[in-house]
Design a protein around this ligand. Structure first.
Ligand code: GLU
Ligand code: MG
Length: 467
């Protein structure tokens, strides 16, 4: 369980001694530096690094970094809000030692996610990891709930180097095929080995549908740890690929046409160790609380897309009949509804039943996305929001009037639309706090302006190697 305590100048209790011991251990393993990692509002993982010998100092006093990255765009240009985006000021990055790990595919390096505080020792209001921790505290202290999450990762493997930014698939076999499995046998074996060494419990890995595409799924954790893990797994996938002379793209749409890379999110709420998504009196074993949690997420989906599908390229992926879930609907094991109720197999349900959210991609800052998704679910749960009728099959085939009557609507088809929905959604803005919510709006507007006038292929190319 991730610590819910904010960092403080001088270090969280016990952290400095722990960092000293860890540094000694890491040095003994030949680790020279620690990558301190966070994700900006545009969804790009940004880093600072320290020599291993300075880990205890980082745990005590943090490491400096400008707050300007909160309003960076994926192309490294900068927008601003009334409080962010200026060249002034500094923040302190504090590593979470619980999540620190030596990087198996980057010998000499370890990695840790950070929380960011101000130089005055206050939590930085733009820190998305802190915002997510706040939601977990609210769930625990306000409602006696524990939350879990897991983020799936899809990525496309290309031949390197990517000359001129082009993507050339490193695989030629069919989707899900043994041919592909053999084609990248060494790469995927090295990837599994690196992840196992790092303590990541991989559940599955398989060749996916799109050109060069793979998917990996990992076990559920507390949501902050799940977001950290998503960043770490991508760092590892990229590093292993590089060692094999390959390149990888996590972009929502590697090409303008066809199936994209998703980052489906699995969520569950638990009370006193009992999974609320199983063994209940509601539909498919959901408890009344799990039904309302699902209804809460469902009701906020149009605004949620501003944080779960945050890139102009996200809307090249969000198309009907490609398993990206672009309709506001839920169904049991329905891969075309935005929400898939996963019951799991008889015998395992109390452990594995959960809610899968599909219109999420890996341009999303996972902390921001999870904070908003969970806050929406908690709102549903605490106000006992009724869950509408389920759908089966592809909603794209429903008669429009029939769909509307059932409350099934198409999710935003552009970032412009989803930002407008987010702007109107007080619950989601409150979940992030005004500073981070304004950064989300400003950065989305910046991305919209950055692709103004570009055709779809150019939009895909602009973000192909960014995430
Ligand atoms: N690639 C699909 C997406 O864009 C998901 C395929 C699957 O269900 O695994 O979300
Ligand atoms: Mg998949």
């Amino acid at each position: 369980m991730t610590t819910l305590a904010d960092p403080v100048p001088g270090g969280r209790p016990g952290d400095v001694e722990r960092a000293r011991a860890l540094a000694q251990e890491l040095s003994g393993q030949g680790v020279h530096g620690v990558v301190l990692s966070y994700v900006d509002t545009a969804g790009v993982a940004r880093v600072k690094s320290v020599p291993t010998a300075r880990l205890a100092s980082a745990a005590a006093w943090g490491v400096g970094m400008s707050p300007v990255f909160d309003t960076f765009l994926a192309n490294d240009s900068i927008v601003s809000t009334d409080v962010l985006g200026s060249p002034d000021g500094d923040l302190r990055l504090y590593p979470d030692l619980d999540q620190l790990v030596a990087l198996a595919a980057q010998p000499g390096w370890a990695w840790a996610p950070v929380d960011r505080i101000t130089q005055e020792g206050e939590p930085h209001p733009g820190c998305s990891r802190t915002a997510l921790r706040r939601i977990l505290v609210e769930a625990a202290e306000g409602h006696g709930l524990t939350l879990k999450a897991a983020i799936e990762i899809e990525w496309a493997v290309g031949e390197g180097p990517a000359e001129g930014g082009e993507f050339v698939p490193a695989l030629s076999g069919p989707a899900y095929s043994a041919t592909r499995q053999v084609e990248l046998s060494d790469y995927t074996a090295d990837l599994l080995s690196a992840l196992a060494t790092q303590g990541v419990d991989v559940e599955q890995i398989h060749p996916e549908y799109a050109a060069g595409q793979f998917e990996i799924s990992v076990g559920a954790l507390d949501p902050v740890a799940a977001a950290d893990r998503s960043v770490l797994v991508r760092q590892t996938i990229r590093a292993v690929a590089r060692r094999h002379g390959l390149v990888v793209s996590f972009a929502p749409a590697v090409f303008a046409q066809g199936v994209g890379n998703g980052g489906h999110v699995h969520l569950s709420a638990w009370r006193e160790g009992v999974n609320l998504h199983a063994g209940g009196e509601g539909r498919y074993g959901m408890t009344a609380d799990a039904e309302s949690f699902t209804a809460g997420v469902l009701g906020h989906l149009p605004a949620l897309t501003a944080v779960t599908a945050p890139s102009p390229a996200s809307y090249l992926r969000l198309k009907p009949s490609q398993w990206a879930g672009v309709f506001t609907a839920w169904g049991r094991e329905t891969r075309e509804a935005a929400l898939r109720v996963v019951t799991g197999t008889a015998g395992l349900r109390d452990r594995v039943a959960n809610l899968e959210v599909k219109p999420v991609d890996l341009a999303a800052n996972p902390y921001v996305a999870l904070a908003c998704l969970l806050s929406a679910g908690l709102e549903g749960l605490t106000s006992s929001t009724p869950l509408p009728e389920e759908i089966a099959g592809d909603p794209a085939r429903l008669d429009l009037a029939d769909a509307a009557a059932r409350g099934v609507r198409r999710l935003p088809t552009s970032l412009i639309e989803s930002v407008e929905e987010f702007r109107k959604d007080e619950r989601l803005r409150a979940a992030l706090g005004p500073v981070l919510a304004d950064a989300v709006i400003a950065v989305r507007q910046g991305e919209i302006a950055a692709v103004h006038g570009l055709d779809d292929e150019r939009v895909a190319a602009a973000y192909r190697w960014k995430y």
